[in-house]
Design a protein around this ligand. Sequence first.
Ligand code: XMP
Length: 532
Amino acid sequence: MPLARPAPAPYAAAMTQHQRLLIIDFGSQVTQLIARRLRELHVYCEIHPCQKVTAGFLADFAPRAVILSGGPASVTEPDAPRPPRELFTLGVPVLGICYGQQVMMQMLGGRVERGTGTAEFGRAFVEPAGGDLDLLEGWFTEGREQVWMSHGDHVSALAPGFSVFGTSPNAPFAITADPARHFYAVQFHPEVHHTPKGTRLLENFVRIAGFTGDWTMASYRDEAIAKIRAQVGEGRVICGLSGGVDSSVAAVLSHEAIGERLACVFVDHGLLRQGEAEEVVSMFRDHYNIPLIHADESELFLGALEGVSDPEEKRKTIGRLFIDVFQKHAAEAGGAEFLAQGTLYPDVIESVSFSGGPSVTIKSHHNVGGLPEKMGLKLVEPLRELFKDEVRALGRELGLPQSFIGRHPFPGPGLAIRCPGEITREKLDILRRADAVYIDQIRRHGLYDEIWQAFAVLLPVRSVGVMGDGRTYDHVCALRAVTSVDGMTADYYPFSHEFLSETATRIINEVAGINRVVYDCTSKPPGTIEWE
Ligand code: XMP
């Protein structure tokens, strides 16, 4: 997880030399998907909140094209968010999506009306209207196209220069454009999967804007290395390794950039999975020859967690100790001015909140927060422009083994939050063995890569069972497996009954101390992925 950081500078123009597309965010739930689709097309794009995008920002950013996202506001309100007027005189293609369409139409002289019972949510079909449009090349091959709508307001009069190119029963202006100025405005969401040919539309848009698809991981790797060298100079860098993909990729990339001046610290808090510490140490020391301090601090952590059963107290204890331990070992590593960490782009995007007020803390995420202030360290964040799957692609580019790249995420507080209630060594040991059997089952059935995250949880209850001719009174193990794109929302994985019964049988037979297995079929929300 990222550190809290000061508000960013207006726009760090040196961030990338790629052709850039700007996404102005008006607070849609799916704005990140626009960026995902564009990155898949090898187009470099950034999301910035509408409040921040001023005329000066636009000039600095120098986008080759701009997309206006959807959003929950109504342009019929006087204080509705709007992009700067200068956007429309930049001379670059603009695509407005949903709210983006409405704001564009209103600012350019059209009219938008408040929804009065003609709202359209979910699946709809758009039919062609009018002549050819470059944006629609390869569209309407079936006569009509499925799209995903989510709007209350609608455009009721087009701005001068615009014509209609597609209509749906409730959105007569579903696809509109001013072809001469390359302004396009659609009522539906091309970025979501429920608009099956949405990517084609975005692909046409970036082609019209002259993007050549210059965003590749091979070029990113070289640029990132050059950037790390420029930032660090002759300085030294430390990197906290968790064994996860992000910190591993950040470490290997930093090592390529500055070699021996990187030191990695791997804190083993005694809450890791079976074989995990050995795997991380062997990969970094033997495979990459990267200096690694393996700090076995399990006594310290488990001692401090004795008698602690409150989830937040567990998290805070682990977070606090982690900082102390990391600091101690980092100092031994020869002193450093920089801390490398695997912050990703979704952690950096400043989300737009129209509700105001702080959001509720669900869980205090464990991270190395506080270190830069305490130790006077500067951050090196070579992945802060990337999404998770791009980090995986970069990891492949750097030669990390697939077994590492494809690993499910593992939380900083480790097994402590998968062992609700008080933690004991005995419970951790049982949990580790059950988890190993479960993951082995998932791998044997070829399901590992379909699942975002899977793990066992050892419940703080015992149940009565019968094994052989005897009575048992043992632990209950819950199995969790979810699919997700980013961990923000998740669905439970629909294992077959055969898989579940085979896995339950194996766990009970192979792991002494467990006599009952249950499967958690809660999605997020309302549940969270981890149990604590
Ligand atoms: P929740 O349980 O909040 O988890 O639905 C969402 C994702 O975050 C991971 N997670 C953490 N990762 N430090 C981390 O680095 C943490 O403290 C932490 N807590 C949860 C969780 O495994 C899931 O992938």
